[in-house]
Design a binder for this molecule. Structure first.
Ligand SMILES: *[C@@H]1O[C@H](CO)[C@@H](O)[C@H](O)[C@H]1NC(C)=O
Ligand SMILES: *[C@@H]1O[C@H](CO)[C@@H](O)[C@H](O)[C@H]1NC(C)=O
Ligand SMILES: *[C@@H]1O[C@H](CO)[C@@H](O)[C@H](O)[C@H]1NC(C)=O
Ligand SMILES: *[C@@H]1O[C@H](CO)[C@@H](O)[C@H](O)[C@H]1NC(C)=O
Length: 537
């Protein structure tokens, strides 16, 4: 190689290795005299997640997002010697002790993600190809927040433009007329496949129906409540089970492989015969029997469904224990079922400790948060909504939940389309008329968890000095990192909370946590300290 070429060559490589993150392109909106901020992306610009790079043994990376406008703001800090009187109250402002005990190991994580719905796909499809790709990169790419799970709706939901199933021919028990909808081909499959590709094939997909086809229900249509038609030979249960298998087969034929399947979205909701959109009722005993006599045997007897992870319940917190008891107390129904899906909409009616009780009673069944959203017309830049996500995720994870799934990955500025006007907010709001999309504060909160708490991460012991509004959760990851996420919901304070984090004797990571913020701290796990269970710092 000629010297000049050599110089060019090394220049090229140093440039190629130099990574400079793109910052948030801020856009401000005023509502009710509050100023709100989102990050704007278009076909040529989008902010990304500042790469971790290599962390030295004596350092840690700190990422902050806040109401004040920080978005994945990265800094590097060092471990320092803990001062003996640090916590005795003699300091200027007492620091909060945060102790990590990696030897206390709890649940293993499945992952974080969102849902591929008709509405999400309709919105993404309304943008040009380059802008679509920015969204996929933002969620699934190496410089994005790297979602690891995806919920896929089967046939129509409220977030569709109409009511449809994959077989609307009355009495078609053999499912001769089963066919995916144009919506699957236009608005779901292409984006799912792109997402799977960006994750290198590591996206756990799980399917879920809002309702059985109308003709299988007592009410005769998908919309409204009611259960399956009741016959002594259970032909409707078997038809629904085969309908699920056909869905898995058809997606597979189109290049999409599933990890899991939910028995039915929100079976409790459908107790109301006048329910406003698609739903199908199962009592705890009916869901047990559907799994035991129809879905379990038919799924396991099919090539496509043999290894599918079956998720039961998929409903609100107050219903979890009664459904879990009915299903998991039956050895046959239980043998087909891997875990429990939970939604957050009625959290105010039951304490989060329900999940710890569920885990203690059935420790081999995982608990996965399968849906959550702020069910209101989007408010661009509202930090309170993001903070609700943070509070829910931290409290769930501290009660044995193994992952958290957001609802629609993208919606329009009205929070739709939704054929029954049940609009909602989303971490990504698309304004097709401008060819832009906005990353809501919720997007960043999701990233604070999804980016480093990779599938297979294990929750580890964490004790924090008593504080009303400082919350956190800690993990040991497959990459041999420790990850601590803390939320400071002190909106009425103007000063930061000073915390000293320790996972080893004599040394601390000092972090200043501002009000209304979420912080992720990542450092290298030090093997020799793994067994320090009870040291005093
Ligand atoms: C995208 O946004 C960036 C940053 O505001 C701007 O410089 C660029 O012109 C925009 N691109 C298009 C195609 O509008
Ligand atoms: C279904 O029918 C059987 C008899 O075939 C009856 O014992 C059972 O109570 C019925 N279940 C419901 C929910 O109507
Ligand atoms: C299992 O599959 C075989 C062959 O496809 C079929 O003959 C049998 O009826 C199936 N059993 C059940 C319980 O579906
Ligand atoms: C922001 O969201 C919260 C709910 O999370 C809501 O109470 C509040 O009114 C919203 N702010 C505005 C200005 O819409």
């Amino acid at each position: 190689m000629k010297p000049t070429l050599l110089i060019l060559h090394s220049l090229f490589f140093s440039v190629a290795h130099f990574y400079s993150p793109s910052p948030c392109e801020k856009r401000y909106f005023v509502k009710e005299s509050h100023q709100f901020m989102v990050c704007m992306c278009n076909s040529t610009y989008c902010d990304d997640f500042p790469a971790l790079g290599t962390i030295d043994d004596d350092a840690a990376a700190v990422y902050v997002s806040s109401k004040s406008g920080k978005r994945f703001e990265k800094s590097t800090i060092s471990w320092t010697t803990a001062k003996k009187n640090l916590f005795s109250g003699e300091g200027v402002r007492p620091k909060k002790r945060v102790r990590i005990t990696p030897k206390n190991r709890m649940q293993t994580m499945i992952g974080f993600g969102g849902a591929f719905t008709d509405a999400a796909g309709i919105n993404i499809a309304s943008l040009d190809k380059e802008t679509q790709e920015q969204i996929m990169q933002a969620y699934y790419g190496q410089n994005g927040i790297q979602y690891s799970i995806g919920r896929v709706t089967m046939a129509s939901t409220d977030f569709s433009t109409r009511e449809y199933s994959y077989d609307d021919v009355d009495g078609d028990f053999t499912l001769e007329h089963f066919a995916l909808a144009p919506d699957d081909f236009q608005f779901k499959i292409p984006y799912i496949k792109r997402a799977v590709k960006l994750t290198g094939g590591d996206l756990k997909l799980f399917g879920v129906a809002w309702s059985a086809p109308g003709w299988m229900k007592t009410s005769g249509r998908m919309k409204g409540g009611g259960g399956l038609k009741n016959t002594s030979d259970g032909i409707y249960e078997q038809a629904l089970a085969r309908y699920y298998v056909r869905f898995l087969e058809e997606y597979d034929r189109n290049g999409v492989k599933f990890w899991g399947l939910s028995v039915m979205n929100q079976p409790v909701t459908a107790e109301d015969p006048d329910f406003t959109w698609q739903s199908t009722y199962f009592s705890p005993e009916q869901e047990r029997d559907f799994i035991k006599y129809a879905l379990g045997p038919i799924l396991r007897n099919s090539t496509i469904g043999r290894d599918i992870t079956l998720i039961a319940i998929d409903d609100q917190r107050p219903a979890i224990l009664s459904y879990a008891k009915a299903i998991y107390s039956d050895p046959v129904a239980s043998s087909y079922t891997a875990g429990t899906g939970i939604h957050w909409y009625l959290d105010m009616f039951a304490p989060v400790g329900v999940y710890t009780l569920t885990h203690k009673a059935w420790p081999d069944k995982f608990i996965l948060a399968t849906e959550a959203c702020v069910a209101l017309v989007p408010v661009l830049g509202n930090w309170t909504n993001a903070d609700k996500y943070a509070a829910s995720i931290i409290s769930n994870l501290n009660n044995w939940v193994t992952g958290w799934t957001d609802w629609n990955i993208a919606l329009d500025t009205k929070g739709g389309p939704n054929w029954v006007n049940n609009f909602a907010d989303s971490p990504i709001i698309i304004d097709a008329s401008k060819g832009e999309f906005y990353k809501q504060p919720m997007f960043y909160v999701m990233g604070h968890f999804s980016k480093f708490i990779r599938p297979g991460s294990v929750r580890i012991g964490l004790s924090m000095e008593e504080d009303d509004e400082l919350e956190g959760v800690a993990f040991s990851t497959p990459a041999e990192q420790n990850v601590l996420v803390v939320r400071n919901a002190h909106s009425h304070h103007t000063y930061n909370l000073e915390i000293d984090v320790a996972d080893r004797p004599g040394q601390v990571l000092h972090v200043s946590v501002e009000p209304d913020s979420i912080t992720t701290i990542v450092w290298k796990e030090v093997r020799q300290y793994l067994n320090f269970g009870s040291f005093v710092i």
